[in-house]
Every structure is written in C-alpha cells, then in structure tokens.
Design a binder for this molecule. Sequence first.
Ligand code: 5GP
Length: 191
Amino acid sequence: MTKKRGLLIVISGPSGVGKDTLIQRLLEFNPNLRYSVSCTTRAPRPGEVDGVNYTFLSREQFEKLIEERAFLEYATYDGNLYGTLTERVESARNAGHDVVLKIEVQGAEQVRAKAPDGVFIFVVPPSTRELQRRQELRNSESSRDMASRRKIAEVEMTYASRYDHVVVNDDLERAAAEVLAIINEARARQT
Ligand code: 5GP
C-alpha cells in the first residue's frame, strides 16, 4: 500500500509565546511529525546549532536561493530573512510524515496561497502581560530588539482570525494536547 502524503501544519504566533517549546513537545508525542528547519540570515543565538535550530546563511546565500526559487515561502522579520525550503517539506511529506513549520504571518500567507490544504494554527498567550513577562524572561535579545519584536507581536496578533485554529498557550501540556488533537482530526479527514 502506498503511504498517505503527510499533512502540512503551519504554526505562527507572536515572539515569546512559546512556539519552540510547544513544537518540541509535539515532536516528542507524535513520532510521525517532522520539523522543517528554516533558513535565516539572523545570527545564531547562544546555544543554537546550525542545521538544528536553523540553517544559518549569509544574505548573499539566501538571495541566491530566492533566485533559484528554492523557497516555499520567505519573509523579512525584524530586518532578517527567514525562509522554508520547498525540498525539505516535500521530501518529508512524500515519505508520509506530517511536517510542521514555525513561521511568521507573512510567510503563512504565502503558504496558504500555495497549499490551501494546510492546517493553520495560531498560538496566542493567555494575556498581553504574560507575553511581555515571557519575552523579558527569555532575555536573549537586546532591549532595542525586544521593543522591536514587541511592536511586531502587536501587528501579528491581528492576523489570528485568518488561521483555522487559535490555541491559547496557557499551559504547555494542555496546549500541546490541543494541537495534537487538531493534527489527528486533520489526518482522519484526509482523503
Ligand atoms: P526567531 O528569530 O525568534 O527565531 O524567529 C523570528 C520569527 O521568524 C518567528 O516568528 C518565527 O516563527 C519566524 N520564522 C522562523 N522561521 C521562518 C521561516 O522559515 N519563514 C518565515 N516566514 N518565518 C519564520
């Protein structure tokens, strides 16, 4: 029997909402799920590993890939380029794996146009105050970067209604269970 092609799951949400931890939890729970490692021109943060967290590229390398039409989507976020390689997504989906993308809202719009069968999930914080607290706790950015990301987060929140599902990350285990249920339901509906 041929394997079912995997689903495409798009997760967006404001900076600091806890997308990374949530996705980590999803990958632990669902062995069929694969994370598509994005490319970026942003500098690695302490502890980030090339090829694991991101493929870190120079702007020149990234622009060459744009010219080659290698990206399913790409966008500028806070002055840096971020993009999803089509090949990474397609090879995993063709092997029957569900693929999760962690991308910002402009990139998600591009994916929606190309893959309307995708499952689009927007993660929100329980409150704006809680988001600010988490952003401060993370403390990996300078205060200038944090202020800039906070402004972007305000704009991003206005995109929530464009997504199929909005999940409140009030509690990691609960939110992960909700996303897993969404994925299972989409799998069951797949023809
Ligand atoms: P960070 O610099 O905090 O890792 O990511 C900044 C933003 O870029 C986050 O909202 C993250 O989801 C988004 N992002 C990460 N990878 C991609 C990608 O491949 N494409 C797009 N459009 N956004 C991405």
